[in-house]
Design a binder for this molecule. Structure first.
Ligand SMILES: [Zn+2]
Length: 426
């Protein structure tokens, strides 16, 4: 099994895509070059690149085993365990079923009026968030100290720790769903072209499926129409997959219950070797890049008339609470606190991402892009990055509970370093 997966795998094919930074450190270039030239077998050599002053090498792990990452069956068992040990605090429920029949789990904790919805692994092979959420749920379920009690009285956390288990079990980005199955459910699409974000294969695996993180529409009641297909990257998606519909249904139910969903966090991974440009950790490997919704020029101005609840500054305040919390927890120089801004030029426009659709409905939405894919990371890096993610989510919960998140200056988000993608801007 692991052998065939090894052969199928293509490094970097599944990372969240973005154009290469215009600028990179020589070390990063050397490491990337060695990977491109030598392929799988020599990949560990990337870890042996000489280190520049003050810079750790970009170590990637070419062992296709993923021992130690929680798989779908283990997740179900872990959640049941957390629920049992929480004396009624944590409530685990099934919010839907994946195409291949796996349970989609939700875990809810807290009784506060402010709601944070956090999802992980919508790209199946991006899973530090799953581990981080399990840690947070365990702690919130059992800690009896005053700070935790206060937090849980102010905030309700709804965690969806693995929303694409079929992709996850294949260690790939896409889910597994054929177009004929889509048409079976939506006969009105019989003569329509396939949605642009449906593919016949993914990450070297010859099974069709969706990039689920393009399958969202800000009209949460949207029903697929043949004339809207295939759509384009800048357009909303069509809710064609059971996984994205389940996430949408959770969001709608929370909005009905609370009046609004304050925040939505989406946990992802990016390339393994990106380095911070500027700030106290200039040139070092980034740990987590944060982003607000990619809705085109002038802060999504084109959407504002139809979606007046859109508040990009609010999303940046929430992202800033994450960054500040991580920096405070570890100190600005710690590798755990290598926080920056994710790639976000004006022309980046993805209305079909869940974070965009929910932001257009008034939620603050924060994207986490953790460095490295699950099988690029060695044990030590993985543990470190899981800690960073967990601290980030918990910092946001605290800032929501105290109200501090509302008092931050959203513009200060732009002072976070990036990783080279706009360093040559004039
Ligand atoms: Zn992703």
């Amino acid at each position: 099994m692991s052998q065939s997966r090894h052969q199928l795998r293509r490094p970097f094919a599944a990372h969240d895509r973005r154009p290469s930074p215009r600028w990179r450190t020589p070390v990063a270039l050397a490491a990337a070059g060695s990977i491109a030239l030598t392929g799988f077998a020599a990949l560990p050599a990337a870890a042996e690149q000489p280190e520049g002053p003050g810079q750790g090498a970009c170590k990637t792990q070419e062992d296709p085993q993923w021992n130690g990452w929680t798989d779908h069956a283990e997740l179900g068992a872990a959640l049941r365990h957390i629920e049992r040990n929480s004396a009624g605090r944590v409530e685990v429920s099934q919010i839907g079923t994946s195409t291949l029949g796996r349970e989609l789990w939700s875990a809810r904790v807290g009784t506060g009026d402010r709601v944070l919805l956090v999802q992980s692994a919508i790209h199946g092979n991006e899973r530090t968030g799953t581990e981080a959420l399990l840690g947070t749920l365990r702690d919130l379920g059992t800690s009896r100290d005053a700070a935790t009690e206060h937090l849980l009285s102010e905030v309700t956390l709804v965690a969806l720790p693995m929303v694409n288990p079929d992709g996850g079990e294949l260690n790939r980005r896409r889910n597994v769903l054929s177009w004929s199955e889509v048409v079976e459910r939506y006969p009105q699409l019989a003569d329509a072209p396939r949605a642009w974000y449906h593919g016949l294969r993914g990450d070297g695996i010859e099974l069709p499926g969706f990039d689920l993180n393009r399958d969202f529409h800000p009209d949460l009641d949207y029903v697929p129409r043949a004339g809207d297909l295939p759509g384009r990257q800048v357009d909303a998606g069509f809710f064609l997959a059971p996984e994205s519909r389940a996430i949408r249904d959770v969001y709608v139910a929370l909005r009905d219950e609370f009046g609004a969903v304050d925040g939505v966090v989406d946990l992802h991974h990016m390339g393994p070797c990106d380095r911070i440009t500027g700030g106290p950790q200039d040139g070092k490997l980034i740990s987590v890049a944060l982003d607000y919704p990619p809705l085109g020029a002038a802060d999504g101005a084109a959407y504002q008339a139809e979606w007046p609840l859109l508040d990009q500054d609010k999303s940046r305040r929430y992202a800033l609470a994450v960054a500040r919390g991580i920096q405070r927890a570890y100190g600005e120089q710690s590798p755990l606190a290598g926080v920056g801004r994710y790639y976000h030029p004006d022309e980046r426009e993805y209305a079909g991402q869940g974070r965009s659709a929910f932001a257009l409905n008034g939620s603050a939405s924060v994207l986490f892009e953790v460095r490295g894919q699950q099988d690029d990371l060695g044990q030590k890096q993985r543990g470190m990055l899981v800690r960073s993610v967990r601290t980030g989510v918990e910092s946001l919960l605290s800032a929501m509970a105290s109200g501090q998140v509302d008092r931050l200056d959203g513009d200060a988000f732009f002072a976070l370093p990036d990783y080279g993608w706009d360093s040559s801007a004039d």
